[in-house]
Design a protein around this ligand. Structure first.
Ligand SMILES: [Zn+2]
Length: 76
């Protein structure tokens, strides 16, 4: 299982987010935009995003749940 938030637009500035888990929620935060936060509930798929001051910036994030094997990460 790999959980990602990805936007494809090469003309825009992109920030790579940090992710952490809080219970059923995965919380993405940006080390550059301190006001940015995006939460994703991996059980209900509910998503809550707090907007940034500059809406032209995209935020990408990847969360790999600890203890779960990601496809391709193990030698076959
Ligand atoms: Zn940012």
């Amino acid at each position: 299982m790999l959980i990602q938030i990805i936007h494809e637009d090469r003309d825009r500035e992109m920030h790579k987010c940090e992710s952490k888990r809080e219970g059923d929620w995965i919380v993405f935060t940006c080390p550059i935009c301190l006001e940015y936060e995006s939460r994703l509930n991996f059980k209900t798929k509910e998503r809550i995003s707090r907007p940034v001051n500059d809406p032209s910036i995209f935020h990408n994030g990847t969360f790999v749940p600890p203890g779960l094997d990601v496809e391709g990460s193990k030698p076959n």
